[in-house]
Design a protein around this ligand. Structure first.
Ligand SMILES: Cc1ncc(COP(=O)(O)O)c(C=O)c1O
Length: 364
């Protein structure tokens, strides 16, 4: 039988759930075509828009973050459309692959792992692409612990083109500020299991008028992810397809908690614990992968000396200390480890994590 021993989950999502949210996950099922669901869905939609500072449409889709990224593409990009994909890591690569698989004509603008996107290079690249349809990129690259300057990137795209702005905010939204309307973002894609402090299963998207305009003229095949389905059903207080009710219950409470706390306070909490984590790493003689001014407030990526195998480090920390940190992905496998600090992470838990890291590193 499977036994859940992961009480000390320090990976960049899913995040541990506080008791008041965890208990909602065990609530009895309701009729997802009934009045209680309608009430919950309307309230959640309003709260989601508040958390993302937008009056754009917003939808909950039963899928993971990648599903939300695919929804963004499926609804706004047609075969042959010119798309600029800004890549700073694994998840930027994934966005590129999705756009390519939908037949877009993708130009990739790639930056070294651990670095953010260079603003001047984005500007000059956009200038070279006539009739650019969309720019796609990751806000917070969880694979390298780097946060792109979303506000500035959006500003440049707006100044230089009419392209749609599609943002993978899976590991940033609700932990790092995103002002959808002020910054002119057309589609934001995010997911419940990260800073939204809920179980995996629900992705969220916001959709601007410009994104709708493209959705309506697009000949692209789409069904499950068609935003129109979500809009039509929202009008009658429903989701088009059976939603993951348990995750919705949790997200409902979590959204309300965040707004009650105040989004500024939520973001400040993330900054504080991120600073604490980075300082702890530096004080332990470790090196953060990105420069500190672009280091993420939701996940810290820490470099390892060449002599240390990161995979062995991660598994030994789990076996000896029952603390689960994240390893490196793709080409960073074995070279870094990552500590997630989304949601409610306490300094005491970061202290325990570094005690474990220190002990295992020493023993290696
Ligand atoms: C930045 C980013 N984008 C996309 C994803 C993919 O999300 P999911 O695994 O929920 O499909 C993740 C997951 O870690 C992520 O961190």
């Amino acid at each position: 039988m499977f036994t859940n021993k992961s009480t000390n989950l320090r990976i960049p999502g899913p995040v541990p759930l506080p008791d008041n949210i965890l208990k909602t996950v065990g609530s009895q099922m309701i009729n997802h075509r009934g009045p209680e669901y309608a009430e919950m869905l309307h309230s959640m939609t309003k709260n989601l828009k508040s958390a993302l500072f937008t009056t754009n449409d917003a939808y909950f889709i039963t899928t993971s973050g990648t599903g939300a990224m695919e929804a963004a593409i499926a609804n706004t990009i047609e075969k042959g459309d010119k798309v600029l994909s800004i890549v700073i890591g694994v998840f930027g690569e994934r966005f590129t692959e999705i756009a390519t698989s939908y037949g877009a004509n993708v130009t990739k603008l790639e930056f070294p792992l651990g670095k953010p996107a260079d603003l001047d290079k984005i500007r000059s690249k956009i200038r070279t692409i006539k009739d650019l349809s969309a720019v796609i990129f990751t806000h917070n690259e969880s694979s390298t612990g780097v946060t792109n300057n979303l506000e500035k990137i959006c500003g440049i795209i707006r100044e230089e083109s009419n392209a749609l702005i599609l943002v993978d905010a899976v590991s940033s939204a609700a932990g790092i500020p995103i002002h959808v309307d002020k910054w002119g973002i057309d589609v934001v894609a995010t997911a419940s299991q990260k800073s939204w402090v809920s179980p995996p299963g629900i992705a969220m998207v916001t959709v601007s008028k410009r994104a709708w305009d493209k959705n309506r003229i697009s000949s692209n095949a789409k069904y499950y992810f068609d935003f129109q389905q979500y809009e039509d059903y929202l009008q009658i207080g429903q989701s088009p397809f059976t939603p993951c009710l348990s995750a919705m219950y949790a997200l409902n409470v979590s959204l309300q908690n965040m707004l009650d706390e105040g989004m500024e306070h939520v973001f400040d909490r993330h900054t504080e614990i991120a600073n604490y984590t980075r300082n702890k790493a530096l004080n332990n003689g470790l090196e953060i992968l990105p420069d500190l001014d672009v280091a993420s407030d939701t996940v810290t990526a820490i470099k390892l000396p060449k002599s240390i195998d990161g995979n062995a480090l991660v598994s030994t920390i789990r076996e000896r200390h029952n603390i689960v940190v994240g390893g490196g992905q793709k080409s960073l496998t074995g070279k870094i480890f990552r500590i997630g600090h989304m949601g409610f992470v306490e300094k005491k838990q970061i202290d325990e994590t570094f005690l474990a890291v220190g002990e295992v590193l020493e023993s290696f």
